[in-house]
Ligand binder design. Structure first.
Ligand code: NAD
Length: 431
């Protein structure tokens, strides 16, 4: 499994080895179920996806040959609303992985109290080996193959690994052409010219910053006396670092894939371009602090550590050496199950990914609302609504932490499962 594919599969494992996304998802469900008074029939229902679509997609290559490629769309649960989740193009995409990640989306949407269920899809292809024209043809034909399964009230894909706003634009266009009307609500993460939301790109980083602000407040740490180390200076890491810097925190270290820069006096993060404009700008930024390794960054003596690059970076091997007082997960699955247990033993709170980086799917919800209502929100409105929704989710999780002997991660899953289970119990299972 690649680091990225493993990233969402890390926090339920009993071993230090990454397990599959489906195993992780089932363990998370079992863990949360132990803390929730849930009807066993509902728990049984939630262990299984509602539907998994497997399609074969003929792709005409630029040389004229045709290759048939497999694609999936796994739909885990829609009791609270249409399925929602990313669409990834990656050579290691598989059925079980899509099911596991779809389950994970169910919990992420539920912890945010969004009226969506969980889905995930993908095509088994290396996007780097496709020309732009091939990627477009593949996306359009895949859309046609899954057309009956998706739609603004059924299942709404979004970008994920190997896909981007352009991919979503092709998907929306292919779907709209077949339906004979423009239907922006069928996807999120579109370019703003066709109904994409302002603030969508920065949203996961923004939610990480909001949650960091709240957790600092919870543990009585004034933000302007807080030091922060951020691993990864991409969409999530750079946006979180810049906002926290703006709000008065001292960002003492940031990194890219090649290494990190550290300055105990603080780094002016506005001066470093983020990954999308210049991929290795952190290590190229000579004159900014001293160069240290990514491993050293994770072990810095800081108030807050934000791993925001890839999965499985906090492991059994380094968890005992982590000196941060708080960890806020920016990336998906940066903490392995074994590391999580060590942090719990060491009383280091870990704010889980499903809460901290959920700003992305939340602004996707706003984009869907804007598409369905044919109305564009201002950036200010997106920020205000996101702040409000993040605080509401934070308060729900905090209430579970305060009310029982739960870690922040378990509390987030309990909030999500309670909401999903309650909806199932109200609607009933039709056996
Ligand atoms: P990105 O590609 O924009 O940036 C990634 C950053 O991490 C870059 O600075 C890169 O140099 C660095 N990096 C890559 N590999 C690394 C490694 N092995 N060690 C240290 N640094 C490394 O990515 P992103 O969109 O910011 O996503 C980061 C994480 O957040 C991923 O786990 C992703 O799944 C998760 N996430 C992203 C979004 C989103 O919408 N962008 C939403 C939720 C979660």
């Amino acid at each position: 499994m690649s680091a990225n594919l493993a990233e969402e599969a890390s926090d339920g494992s009993e071993e230090s080895e990454p397990e599959t996304a489906l195993e992780t998802a089932k363990r998370q469900l079992a863990r949360a179920s132990a803390h929730v008074d849930i009807d066993p029939n509902v728990a049984e229902r939630l262990e299984h996806p509602m539907k998994v679509h497997e399609v074969s997609v003929p792709l005409r290559r630029d040389d004229g040959s045709v290759e048939v490629i497999t694609g999936y769309r796994a739909q885990h649960d829609s009791v609270r609303g249409p399925y929602k989740g990313g669409l990834r193009y990656h050579p290691e995409v598989g059925r079980d992985e899509c099911v596991g990640l779809a389950m994970w989306m169910t919990w992420k949407c539920a912890v945010m109290n969004l009226p969506f269920g969980g889905a995930k899809g993908g095509i088994v292809v290396d996007p780097k080996k496709l020309s732009t024209a091939e990627k477009e043809r593949l996306t359009r034909r895949f859309t046609q193959e899954i057309r009956s399964a998706i739609g603004p009230t059924k299942d709404i894909p979004a970008p994920d690994m190997g896909t981007d706003p352009q991919t979503m634009a092709w998907l929306m266009d292919a779907y709209s052409m077949q339906e004979d009307e423009t239907i922006p609500g069928v996807v999120t993460g579109k370019p703003p010219a066709i109904g994409g939301s302002y603030g969508r790109e920065e949203a996961p980083g923004r939610s990480v910053a909001i949650v960091t602000r709240e957790v600092c407040d919870y543990y009585d740490r004034p933000l302007d006396e807080t030091t922060v180390a951020v691993q990864g200076f991409g969409s999530v890491g750079a946006n979180a670092a810049r906002l926290l810097h703006e709000w008065g925190a001292k960002i003492v270290a940031v990194s890219d894939v090649n290494g990190a820069r550290y300055d105990a006096a603080g780094i002016d993060v506005e001066k470093i371009p983020s990954h999308d404009t210049e991929p290795e700008a952190v290590t190229a930024a000579t004159g900014v602090g001293t160069k240290i390794s990514n491993e050293e960054l994770l072990e810095l003596d800081v108030d807050v550590l934000i791993p925001a690059a890839v999965g499985n970076v906090l492991t059994e091997e380094n968890a005992a050496d982590v000196r941060a007082d708080l960890i806020v997960e920016g990336a998906n699955g940066p903490t392995t199950f074994a590391a999580d247990a060590i942090f719990q033993e060491r009383d280091i709170p870990v704010i889980p990914d499903i809460l901290a980086n959920a700003g992305g799917v939340t602004v996707s919800y706003y984009e869907w609302l804007q598409g369905v209502n044919r109305r564009q929100w201002s950036l200010e409105r997106v920020h205000e609504e996101l702040d409000e929704d993040m605080i509401a989710a934070w308060e729900s999780v905090k209430a579970e932490v305060n009310g029982g002997d739960l870690s922040w991660r378990d509390a987030a899953y309990v909030v999500a499962l309670k909401r999903v289970a309650e909806a199932h119990e109200a609607r009933g299972i039709w056996p």
